[in-house]
Design a protein around this ligand. Structure first.
Ligand code: SF4
Length: 296
């Protein structure tokens, strides 16, 4: 299931790209800007500021929606029986069902519309959520893209079993690997994951000759300090075959989505990171022999 197709992107890979965002992620980064990607199923997003209280949602799923005394509706998401009952039900667009169960054929049809714009270096970037958490359809799509000679990049945290990664080697042109931290305690506390699993997978991926670009999201209060960034860069420098590190400054573009999903934004800062704050990190990575870039 996917939650967005973004066309004509000049981020997240070379050239002009089509970004396909899959639903489902094994991690829970507290600062995640795509919280609608966490679940593998449909998500219900509700913006009370747009709600005109027409009440069609209460007719479509009476157990889950109730007009309240205020300016909108109360939602009990667990009581939704058939999420698809809610698709396009809201005339004021306050309620949006996120998620599209597109087949591989459907995705290829969407991609084909953009192919004339790819020129020499553009293509498709698979993102999420975590694309490597997807099952067989991901492999079928990668095969179709390879047959069609469309360049493919994949944004991934590598926080999956090695078997899930191995099946994609040879079909993904560039793995854009989010390396969030190498400190096990911080990784567990802020992300609910295992830093060791990511590093082991990163080493294997490089060992098997895949093209890897490491991307470090720079997050205040988590890894935004020279010693921590140095530690991460040093770890990456022990892996032969990785030549490029990108630094991605923290932003808060996704914060409003949490409210719309009925979720808490638990990461306690709204201070964005400016690109100029990354200069020392860039210099350090370059001093260790890496090509660098700021941004995706
Ligand atoms: S790995 Fe990405 S999609 Fe998953 S929780 Fe972290 S930031 Fe969000």
């Amino acid at each position: 299931m996917i939650f967005n197709i973004q066309r004509f992107s000049t981020h997240d890979g070379d050239g002009i790209r089509t970004l396909i965002f899959y639903k489902g992620c094994p991690l829970r980064c507290q600062w995640c800007s795509n919280p609608e990607s966490h679940s593998f199923g449909y998500s219900i997003m509700y913006d009370q500021t747009l709600c005109k209280r027409f009440g069609d949602c209460t007719l479509a799923e009476p157990a889950a929606f109730e007009l309240n005394d205020g300016k909108g509706v109360d939602i009990r998401r667990r009581e939704v029986n058939q999420p698809l009952n809610l698709k396009d039900v809201c005339a004021s667009k306050a309620l949006v069902l996120t998620g599209d169960d597109l087949s591989v054929d459907d995705l290829m049809t969407e991609i084909e519309k953009d192919v004339p714009f790819y020129k020499d270096d553009g293509g498709v970037t698979l993102s999420g959520g975590e694309p490597l958490s997807q099952d067989q359809d991901l492999i079928l799509l990668l095969k179709r893209l390879k047959e069609r000679k469309i360049s493919t990049s994949m944004e991934t945290s590598l926080h999956v079993s090695w078997a899930r990664i191995e099946r994609c080697i040879g079909m993904v042109g560039t793995f854009l690997v989010d390396l969030k931290h190498t400190d096990k305690e911080k990784f567990r506390h802020y992300i609910l994951g295992d830093a060791g699993l990511v590093m082991r997978n990163l080493e294997k991926l490089a060992y098997f000759g895949a093209k890897v670009v490491v991307r470090i999201p720079v997050i205040p209060g988590f890894n935004h300090s020279l010693p921590e960034i140095q530690q991460m860069v040093d770890k990456v420098s022990t892996i032969s075959g990785i030549e490029e590190i990108h630094f991605l400054p923290y932003h808060t573009f996704g914060v409003e989505k949490y409210k719309m999903l009925g979720m808490e934004y638990e990461f306690g800062t709204d201070k964005q990171v400016h690109e100029s704050e990354l200069e020392l990190y860039v210099q350090y990575a370059q001093s260790r022999g890496f090509r660098t870039k700021i941004g995706g």
